[in-house]
Design a protein around this ligand. Structure first.
Ligand code: ADP
Ligand code: ZN
Ligand code: ZN
Length: 801
């Protein structure tokens, strides 16, 4: 018997291995198998088991990791579709689809049966023996032991165990070994006092921890105790190993979420729900775009649709953008669906994720909530997939395989005969266009819940502001007044500034030199708290030079405003206001995001400043003013989606205002008040923007009017990158019919992480041509032995940087 195995290497082929007889009836398609490859061992996925003798010698497979396929047939098919559509090696796709399965460690635990126990007793009466079988029975007589342990202690343990099992002296139990919870990070662990350690010698930190826990009964977050007692984290782990304190991983649903009974749907919600319900009932694939303005109650429609699917005996999958999957959001689902929910959260500990995966696979969990890779969850009998905020960029994976979770969701739903709902207040142009092309049905929630008005958006022209004040201030007078007023009323304010750090450039006033990263062709950002400059692309950090490296001048200037600076300026302007900041510098741990947001929701802060992180989906009723410090940040990006992104960001952040009883106001500072993206966002006019942007895309043959791929060539050696890019240029010149090629040219970031980058943008009139061209390109890459990392193919790219 042979197995064709797909390996996680950048080659488009499967490899055939001989199966040892022990695996003949166990290895199946979808199981992971460890095989020799060159001098390495690799874990691949079996795509077929057969008895066709291959030509030439074959090597023998080493070890089977799954008794049940980690990827069932339909997911294997989905993997093949992804590999084909995104021109990615199948093995790398499949590896990306099994991360959860990868965390499950199957362990066999052996114990004695009754007859085994009898036999051991008799042996004990008898003489000593060197027989490994006897040794093994004696070891098991004291306690059950894992296969791994026995293998270490006893020669040839596998064979011995097998023969003992046959004679029914021992029996094996498959258990899913949890990874050691002591290895979870401190902010996920709860520590609790168990027993008073008597007669044990303790270190100072251990003594301090024990007395703290004695004084403060109950469980404490280890990270918090760690802040009070030096070395508490270490001490707790060491005490826990000796069972002197207990350490538990905190359940993710611990973040409280106010429980609200399900509301009665309004008319628009009801219409949308009815259509979705009918679609699930039909058991036919159908795709809907649910366009609901901010605050229109889309989530409630999803919840009802999921309930309906469950009532019909089918299961549901909800995908959310990365940042949206917070413990609070999870809490909402636990309230509604109780134990039927599985949450695939990156903040989960490995063992918890494995647990969720098993519950989904077994059918115990009927509702799955997850981010991008959740689209591969082993949901059985799928009736509904919901993709929330379908326009969100985090659905696109930025490394191989560069799939878009939203689009994979459509394909998966199609194969499963399920209903798929894409929801957004700012649908992507592609999705909205698919409504016109009658690929998706259209559902609309045109108004906010409870007839709450849409927020009023005002544009503040910062050019006029400068002419009138002669100052380059971060805040206009109007925005300052508005903030002042809201604070006076005890209401809350959100301020968006989509650029982190303190100042975006560090430059010399004398010669104009800008400080650049040594690894990338980008300027360094000044981070004041850390007193250093940071590259936002590769994280390279450097001290602020005291003199200009080019002209020796001491006049170093900090230019361009970042979110850290916005926060600083706010403290100056409003000394008594309580201000929090939400950006990638304040959100470093997995839970910081939720903690800051939770604090804001609980009114611990008056003002929340942040990057785009603050714009997404949060529902905080007391926010009545949203300010945008610069509406222009995204407009200058060398990317045809710059306008769409700006429109989405401004519309989404504006939508955070006035979600409670008090109407909201939005002030957008800009130097481009006439730009259509800014204007339509201010008018909250999606269709206006859509029509205008569509014209531009049509004229320029950009998606949705073409199939696009970005071909990036990168190398540490500039000549190599240049040469390969040029070779590709030749191959595509003249371009195949129905194809247009832009480049090769330097990439917008010509050097990144020490690699030189060139790119070609390929626009094709149809998918087949595009796919064929890219496929040929990959073959050429293999023929000409280009380094495996040199060529990056991004189909349907979302970012051209
Ligand atoms: P969206 O996601 O469309 O921006 P949400 O789903 O966050 O809007 O809904 C906004 C608020 O309205 C939430 O607090 C939600 O609980 C509430 N809500 C939703 N539907 C109804 C309804 N039919 N009646 C009353 N409140 C509702
Ligand atoms: Zn200088
Ligand atoms: Zn860099």
């Amino acid at each position: 018997m042979y197995a064709d195995v797909s390996l996680p290497i950048p080659l488009d082929q499967v490899f055939t291995y001989r199966l040892p007889q022990t695996l003949w009836h166990r290895a199946q398609a979808g199981c992971r198998l460890i095989v020799p490859f060159g001098i390495r061992k690799l874990t691949g996925v079996v795509v077929e088991v057969h008895n066709r003798q291959p030509e030439g010698p074959t090597r023998e497979a080493l070890r089977l990791l799954d008794e049940q396929p980690a990827l069932e047939a339909h997911l294997l098919e989905l993997g093949k579709w992804i590999a084909n559509y995104y021109c990615a090696p199948l093995g790398e796709v499949l590896r990306g689809m099994t991360p959860l399965a990868g965390e499950i460690r199957n362990t066999k635990i052996y114990s004695l049966t009754d007859s085994g126990r009898d036999a051991t007793r008799q042996l004990l009466l008898g003489e000593d023996s060197d027989d490994p079988g006897v040794q093994l029975l004696r070891m098991l007589d004291s306690r059950p032991l894992s296969a791994a342990y026995l293998k270490k202690k006893i020669l040839n343990a596998t064979a011995v165990l097998k023969s003992l099992e046959k004679r029914r002296f021992v029996h094996a139990e498959d258990v899913q070994a949890d990874r050691d919870p002591l290895r979870a990070s401190a902010d996920r662990l709860l520590v609790e006092h168990t027993a008073r350690p008597e007669g044990v010698k303790l270190k100072k930190s251990e003594r301090e921890l024990v007395s703290f826990l004695e004084l403060h009964p109950g469980s404490h977050k280890l990270s918090e105790v760690d802040a009070l007692i030096r070395g508490a984290s270490e001490a707790a782990r060491s005490l826990a190993r000796r069972k002197l304190v207990s350490l538990k991983v905190e359940p993710v649903s611990a973040m409280p979420h106010p429980f609200k009974p399900p509301p009665v749907l309004n008319a628009a919600q009801q219409v949308a729900f009815d259509r979705i319900q009918a679609s699930i009932r039909s058991q036919q694939f159908e795709a809907f775009l649910l366009h609901g303005v901010t605050g229109s109650g889309k989530t409630e429609v999803y919840l009802r649709a999921i309930e309906a699917a469950i009532a019909m005996g089918r299961n549901a999958l909800l995908l959310v953008p990365e940042i949206a999957l917070t413990p609070a959001m999870a809490g909402q689902f636990y309230h509604r669906f109780g134990d039927a929910v599985a949450i695939l959260h990156s903040a989960f500990h490995d063992s918890e994720r494995a647990e969720q995966w098993r519950r989904i696979r077994s059918g115990a969990a009927r509702v799955v909530v997850g981010t991008r890779s959740g689209v591969f969850a082993p949901v059985q009998n799928l009736g509904l997939i919901v993709v929330d905020e379908e326009h969100d960029q985090s659905y696109k994976q930025q490394e191989t395989p560069r799939y878009n979770g939203r689009d994979v969701a459509i394909v998966r739903a199609h194969a499963a005969g399920a209903c798929v709902v894409l929801g957004s207040a700012t649908p992507s142009l592609e999705s909205r266009h698919n409504v016109e092309r009658e690929k998706y049905k259209f559902l609309e929630l045109p108004e906010r819940i409870a007839e709450r008005p849409m927020p009023v958006v005002e544009l503040i022209d910062m050019r006029t502001e400068f002419l009138e004040t002669h100052k380059h201030a971060t805040f206009s007078r109007a925005l300052i007044d508005a903030i002042q007023q809201r604070l006076g009323l005890g209401e809350q304010v959100m301020l968006l500034h989509n650029r982190r750090g303190f100042s975006s450039f560090v430059a010399c006033r004398a010669c104009g030199e800008r400080m650049e990263c040594i690894n990338c062709a980008v300027t360094m950002t000044y981070h004041r708290r850390d007193r250093r400059m940071l590259c936002h692309y590769c994280n390279y950090a450097a001290k602020i030079p005291s003199k200009c490296p080019k002209c020796d001048s001491e006049h170093i200037a900090f230019l361009g405003v970042g979110s850290e600076r916005v926060e600083e300026d706010l403290h100056q302007l409003f000394p008594t206001a309580r201000i929090a900041r939400l950006d990638r510098d304040t959100v470093t741990g997995k839970r910081d995001f939720e903690i800051i947001l939770h604090g804001f929701r609980e009114r611990d802060f008056d003002i929340l400043v942040g990057t785009q992180m603050i714009a997404k989906g949060h529902d905080i009723p007391n926010v009545t003013l949203v300010g945008v410090v610069s509406g222009d940040v995204g407009l200058g990006m060398p990317d045809f989606r710059a306008a769409e992104r700006t429109f989405q960001l401004l519309t989404q952040v504006a939508g955070r205002a006035g979600r409670g009883h008090i109407p909201g106001k939005v002030l957008v500072q800009t130097i481009n008040p006439d730009h259509y993206a800014v204007r339509f966002a201010a008018a909250q006019d999606f269709i206006g923007f859509y029509n205008k942007e569509l014209q531009f895309r049509k004229l320029m043959r950009y998606p949705p009017f073409s199939a696009l791929a970005n071909v990036l060539v990168r190398s540490e050696k500039q000549e190599d990158a240049q040469r390969i890019a040029a070779e590709i240029g030749f191959l595509l010149d003249p371009p195949p019919e129905n194809l247009k090629v832009l480049g090769p040219a330097e990439a917008p970031v010509p050097r990144l992480k020490n690699e030189f980058r060139y790119q070609l943008l390929i626009k094709a009139a149809n998918r087949t041509t595009l796919n064929q061209t890219l496929r040929n390109l990959r073959l050429t890459a293999i023929e000409r032995k280009w380094p495996a990392t040199a060529l990056v193919i991004d189909v349907d790219p979302l970012s051209l940087l």
